[in-house]
Design a protein around this ligand. Structure first.
Ligand SMILES: [Zn+2]
Length: 63
């Protein structure tokens, strides 16, 4: 989750990172796309796009 509600009721915002590979924005030049409580980076978007088009790319490095 992006937000964590503490006992004090204060909401702490965490640095957004890709929910799929865990990369942060700017890491390796990636951009993040925000979803409903999740993020996906440009790299994962590209991989997902290729999968949806029927390609079968190798697993991303570090996965
Ligand atoms: Zn990613």
């Amino acid at each position: 989750m992006i937000f964590r509600r503490k006992a004090s009721g204060k909401v702490v915002r965490h640095r957004p990172r890709c929910s799929f590979c865990g990369k942060e924005r700017g890491e390796g030049g990636v951009q993040l796309v925000a979803g409903a409580g999740v993020y996906i980076c440009s790299e994962c978007v590209r991989v997902a796009s290729e999968i949806l088009r029927g390609h079968n790319p190798p697993a991303p490095a570090g996965a």
